[in-house]
Design a protein around this ligand. Sequence first.
Ligand SMILES: C[S@@+](CC[C@H](N)C(=O)[O-])C[C@H]1O[C@@H](n2cnc3c(N)ncnc32)[C@H](O)[C@@H]1O
Length: 286
Amino acid sequence: MQFFPRLTRQSSRSLAQLLVPVSRLGVRSHSTFMMEGTMSNANNRLRLLEERYATDVSTPFPKQVNSVMKALADETSREFSNGFMMISESQAMLLHQLVSILRPKKVLEIGTFTGYSAIAMASALGPNASLTTLELDPCHLAVARRFVKEARLDKTVEFKQGPALESILELVRQTPRPQFDVIFLDADKGGYIKYFNHIMESNLLSDNGVIIADNVLFFGQVHQHAGYDDPETIPVSKNVKKLAKKAYDFNKYVREDDRVEVVLLPIFDGITIIRKARSKTVNSLE
Ligand SMILES: C[S@@+](CC[C@H](N)C(=O)[O-])C[C@H]1O[C@@H](n2cnc3c(N)ncnc32)[C@H](O)[C@@H]1O
């Protein structure tokens, strides 16, 4: 049940090369690799190097957004003490790739922060497609708006400021009621079950749509709630433990909900991909 790859005997020779301060790795902070202080683990350092390698050999974002995204990531890491909330570059590349494959007409993001994931997804949308993103904090939103404009995506991205639940209810009241083909769930972990239920009950997810829920292995702590003891566990704050428990509850909840089928991927900080169970879709033959 290891999230990070274990070092083998052969790879241990290169361990010395990995024992460098994280600051010298030239990486920015993000949610994938935990907060400072948990970086003492050699496996984590290996993972950071792999992340850099992975982005190097992946197709960069389209030219018109690439430099904007770099500037946004730099500013977020520099100006926000909680900059680690932003997804990593390779996770952003994955979202961009998924949107390119799925070709959604409508995307909903719950948890904008400074707009990094919104730009990653919106820059993959086709003409006439749109992304709506929900954010509580006006300071986060101000940065997001500025960079979305800079990326020339301001006609594609719609922002809604306020508690996500209120914005979801506002969407439910719209006529016609929108349906989303991709929903990226990345706000307060304690709200995940509530948001998921409103999405399902109000039919905000299209029949072939997907919900992508982030941080479902919250800082490597969630599996421990399920009784998977990790002898190398790193002490974490009460708050991290509390939020991990919320992620644990969400994972259990969606797994037991027969309206949906789910797969939890042990990549990044854990992502779950959720779709409607075939028997529950309008076009079902059953
Ligand atoms: C993990 S960050 C989102 C990161 C973003 N998707 C990215 O990759 O850059 C979570 C965001 O959700 C926002 N948030 C927290 N609680 C919220 C709520 N109840 N309603 C709306 N947004 C909320 C936070 O202010 C924060 O900006």
